[in-house]
Design a protein around this ligand. Sequence first.
Ligand SMILES: Cc1cc2nc3c(=O)[nH]c(=O)nc-3n(C[C@H](O)[C@H](O)[C@H](O)COP(=O)(O)OP(=O)(O)OC[C@H]3O[C@@H](n4cnc5c(N)ncnc54)[C@H](O)[C@@H]3O)c2cc1C
Length: 359
Amino acid sequence: MLDVHIVGAGPAGCFCAVAAQKAGKNALVSEEHARIGEPVHCSGLVSKSALEEMSDVVDYRKISINTIETATIFCADEHVKLRPKKAKAILIDRGEFDRMAADCAQSEGAKFELGKKISRKEQLKSYCVVGADGPSSAVAQMFGFPKIRRVVSAYQADYECSVQEKHDAKLFISPRHFPGFFGWVIPISAQSAKIGFAVKPGASPKKAFAQILEKFGAKRPENGFGAAIPIETRGKTAGEFGKYSVFLAGDAAGQVKATTGGGIYFGASCARIAGRVFPDTAAYERGWRKEYGTDLMMHSLLRRAMNISSEAAVDALLGVFKLGMLDRFINEHAEMDRWGRLASAKSVVDYAKLIASAK
Ligand SMILES: Cc1cc2nc3c(=O)[nH]c(=O)nc-3n(C[C@H](O)[C@H](O)[C@H](O)COP(=O)(O)OP(=O)(O)OC[C@H]3O[C@@H](n4cnc5c(N)ncnc54)[C@H](O)[C@@H]3O)c2cc1C
């Protein structure tokens, strides 16, 4: 007897299946593509702390490509370099990550059907359904969930290029050139990098992107793709619809950091909560918002602040950032994901101590 039908075998679908099986439920995962993890529409940069937390399902050490230790943020005339002591990020092989998560779900007893696109209710094989089917979720549409209105359009490819600092990611925040988001260079090795951008719909960052490619001598793009990144959570992510109990998880629910577009950790973590509480939709909605809602909201607030429309204002903000020693604070205390923890009395005290200790 099937207890839950999960649509989509990305991180959210696979982590959900693992949690459901561990909770004694039988899960079926339908994936529209013939091979899990393909095509890859992701950079694959995840904080080490998040990977540690997910390592009961995926051993990231087997799929690590590069370690990112610092980040340089550029605007027009200002730049700031962050050297967080604790918050390291690892560039992983994202396709392998999904396949290893699916292997874990299978070893727990979950069934997978590949090459199966779900687009109608008649195809559902359980009254308990999870839409883990990405930002344009068919499940969300089928059951009339509220839409995700804030989305950015992204492009990325792997380029041969000269990367001067193999462990430094570069971000180009420019309201004029990359409105609504930013451009990035994430080193794969000393001779190659993932170079991409995301912008608000309708914007064309062609010229600015060409300048980045030129600056890094980037050539021979491979694995290029375009994709959408949701940057807000859906107003509702679970509910009862007649005999159906429906859950949305991962990008389908908008469980993504609005600052960077990173969604692997939050998507997988929220999906685990769904897997544990089936078929209680209210417990899921309450559960993930309680555990991760503040973190996602803080990313969303910073995204709104970053969306100011003038270059000079962003430069000024970076200047204030340095003047207020926020870069030093981040270096000492930064967390890449759980920003809710930074909104604590202890953080305020730590920041005050840093300011007080300044010469
Ligand atoms: C350019 C770019 C770079 C990114 N870089 C990062 C990064 O560095 N770090 C990070 O954490 N996040 C990154 N992200 C975001 C990350 O890729 C997503 O947040 C993550 O993939 C969400 O996982 P998911 O399981 O919810 O959805 P997906 O990974 O999108 O998985 C959904 C699955 O459902 C399948 N599917 C869809 N519709 C159907 C259907 N109707 N029937 C059956 N199957 C279906 C799809 O084929 C897919 O396999 C990036 C995104 C983009 C676009």
